[in-house]
Design a protein around this ligand. Structure first.
Ligand code: TYM
Length: 337
């Protein structure tokens, strides 16, 4: 029996933050042992908002190095760069032609991001979820581990596969595309901003104090946590809707200290902020220290990273090209070879 497939990715827009790690990458690491796992750096997605060409290639490599530093093992998974496999753009075009425009106009992330862009909203920003669907569908992914904010995009990918491709161009016995499922774990699926417990931690927040990146040095982590928004109440607790910042910081502590929800809740039930914040800072620094050390090593050894990405690209390209050919055929194109 072939192992079930996993596909996921992160945009190389600036340094990845705790939300990207705890909501997504951490879950990929666990899946490599049981699933045929593909993870890519989605650099084509990174240009859907204005970007700096001088940063793109470097950020893309650094993101790939972070995947490895977080525990992705090239012996057990394929790590590759999205733009290096042309099938992603090509399948995106084919899917564009069957996806209703109003499905894309409904996307919450598009609405949120386009408000920030004003008159500069690109067609690419609207089309972003179709490219994401292409990423997933090319690999016949069964499971897509993501944070909560990607749920709607996953539903779109399922609808495109099922309603727009399989129902029209396949048959029940012979579907053209595999219909993927999201994997959203409860813990870490929605890490919130350090400066506002009601909005999610995000790369695009202009306030850098709102997020901890995986490459922040220890002093900066400590400073950001020291300044994180709190409330005047003593004692920390989960799930009090009046105390979103408390819930978020305690959740981070539970995961980063490795002790889990119940033990963290018991330890911090009577604690004041002056005691808690240094504890959280210490747990965060300790959790990130090995990742930062491995990332440094990989960035200092370009040959090793090149080799991993080359191997990942070759394996991914074979799978992607076979799926693309299947879709082309079902849509009526003549074979390429
Ligand atoms: P991106 O780059 O915004 O985020 C990457 C992953 O991190 C998760 N995430 C979070 N999880 C918890 N708390 C947060 N505050 C938080 N912020 C981000 C996201 O849910 C995501 O899993 N469109 C995707 C990238 C993508 C993709 C794909 C993902 C492109 N193609 C195919 C899966 C499969 C995105 O922009 O993620």
């Amino acid at each position: 029996m072939p192992r079930p497939r996993v596909l996921s990715g992160v945009q190389p827009t600036g340094a990845l933050h705790l939300g990207n790690w705890l909501g997504a990458i951490r879950n990929w690491v666990d899946l490599q042992d049981t699933h045929d796992t593909f993870v890519c750096v989605v650099d084509l997605h990174a240009i859907t908002v204005p970007h700096d060409p001088a940063q793109l290639a470097g950020d893309t490599r650094s993101t790939a190095a972070l995947y490895l530093a977080c525990g992705m093992d090239p012996e057990r998974c394929s790590v590759f760069i999205q733009s290096q496999i042309a099938a992603h753009s090509e399948l995106c075009w084919l899917l564009n032609c069957v996806t209703p425009l109003n499905w894309l106009e409904r996307m919450i992330q598009f609405k949120e991001k386009s408000v920030k862009q004003g008159d500069n909203v690109s067609v690419g920003l609207l089309d972003y979820p179709v490219l994401m669907a292409a990423d997933i569908l090319l690999y016949d992914a069964d499971l897509v581990p993501v944070g909560e904010d990607q749920k709607q995009h996953l539903e779109l990918a399922r609808d495109i596969a099922q309603q727009r491709i399989n129902a029209r161009f396949g048959s029940e016995e012979l579907p053209v595309l595999n219909v993927p499922k999201p994997l959203i774990l409860k813990e870490g699926a929605r890490v919130m901003s350090l400066t506002d417990g009601r909005s999610k931690m995000s790369k695009s927040d202009p306030n850098e104090g709102s997020r901890i990146t995986l490459l922040d040095p220890p002093e900066l982590i400590t400073k950001k946590i020291k300044r994180a928004k709190t409330d005047p109440q003593m004692g920390l607790e989960f799930d009090n809707p009046e105390r979103p910042e408390t819930h978020n910081l305690l959740s981070l502590y539970a995961i980063l200290s490795g002790q889990g929800r119940e033990a963290a809740a018991a330890e911090c039930a009577e604690m004041g902020w002056g005691t808690f914040k240094p504890l959280l800072a210490e747990a965060t620094v300790a959790a990130l220290e090995p990742i930062q050390a491995r990332h440094r090593e990989l960035m200092n050894d370009p040959a090793e990273l090149d080799q991993v990405l080359d191997q990942g690209r070759q394996k991914a390209e074979n799978v992607a090209n076979a799926t693309l050919e299947r879709v082309r055929k079902s849509l009526g194109f003549s074979p390429r070879h």
